[in-house]
Design a protein around this ligand. Structure first.
Ligand SMILES: Nc1ncnc2c1ncn2[C@@H]1O[C@H](COP(=O)(O)OP(=O)(O)OP(=O)(O)O)[C@@H](O)[C@H]1O
Ligand SMILES: [Mg+2]
Length: 272
């Protein structure tokens, strides 16, 4: 009996990474569109299984319109699968690459992302890997959802161990100084704010604050350097003095907000 073929009708492969593949599929039982995140190994170590299970548990523990919904964790003892919602989202990394998106759309993305992170923190979940590949957006519905709880923790604070083999967990271009394990600071919910900052910098400027192909140089930059303000041009807009951008920004800031953006931001629920 094969979990994939018997229970799911696989449509496309969305991602093929070192540890996981991600498939778009339909659950045969009820025709539900789903996304399957599968361990690639057919004989994974207990540690790898436990990690995917932990990811599933974390996803399940957070109910938010801005967080991808959990549909199940399944295995046929050959494949281990985290089943999640398919809302037709694509990573905002694509939005960053495509200059046609208007400032207004980017502001909506930014606001939804902040709300999503706030929802995670109110459930004591620290994501620890906020970056443009882990934030999905549906261009038609405007929905935004955070994915990938692979290295998240359900804690208000932890002390990274410099000698821990996982000391550079998280995507390096977006990692906070404390998450590098090279500062004495504990990792708490604020690590997500740093990664959010890098993500927004890139979303609005099209560039990253620090770029280096040398991992140690990047770590050094996060710890010791001040990011340079992005150049005046806003990709997809009419330039630094472009009326289009300013008008769009004002419209989003002052105009009637879409229903999904109407709830006031909560103050952080975790100790500072
Ligand atoms: N629910 C989803 N809807 C649409 N695309 C998705 C979904 N979940 C994952 N993806 C796609 O698959 C990619 C990888 O998924 P995810 O971020 O969960 O894996 P990962 O833990 O980063 O994998 P690895 O550890 O191999 O880098 C995402 O960047 C996104 O492109
Ligand atoms: Mg990811």
């Amino acid at each position: 009996m094969s979990l994939l073929n018997d229970q799911y009708e696989v449509d496309t492969r969305l991602y093929d990474g070192a540890r996981f593949e991600v498939l778009r599929a339909r659950r045969r039982e009820d025709d539900l569109p789903v996304i399957l995140k599968l361990l690639k190994e057919t004989q994974p170590s207990p540690e790898h299984i436990a990690r995917l299970r932990r990811e599933a548990e974390t996803m399940r523990s957070v109910e938010s319109p801005y967080v991808i919904r959990y549909h199940g964790f399944e295995t046929d003892q050959r494949r281990w699968v985290l089943v999640q919602e398919d809302f037709g989202g694509v990573p905002i990394a694509a939005m960053i690459r495509e200059p046609q998106h208007e400032l207004g759309a980017k502001l909506e993305v930014a606001i939804s992302l902040v709300r999503g992170i706030d929802d995670l923190h109110s459930k004591s979940v620290i994501h620890k890997d906020i970056n443009p590949t882990n934030v999905l957006w549906n261009v038609d519905s405007g929905e935004l959802k955070i994915i990938d709880f692979g290295i998240s923790t359900v804690l208000s604070q932890e002390n990274p161990d410099f000698f821990n083999a996982n000391w550079l967990e998280g995507t390096l271009a977006y990692i906070s100084p404390e998450q590098t394990g090279r500062t004495n600071a504990p990792v708490d919910y604020r690590t997500d704010y740093y990664s959010l900052g890098v993500t927004l910098y890139e979303l609005f400027s099209g560039e990253r604050p620090f770029t280096s192909t040398d991992p140690l140089e990047l770590v050094y930059a996060h710890i010791a350097k001040r990011p340079v303000p992005p150049p005046g041009e806003v990709p997809g807009g009419a330039g630094p003095a472009g009326r289009g951008d300013h008008e769009a920004a004002r419209e989003v800031a002052q105009g009637p907000l879409p229903e999904r953006l109407r709830h006031p931001l909560r103050s952080p629920a975790l100790p500072g």
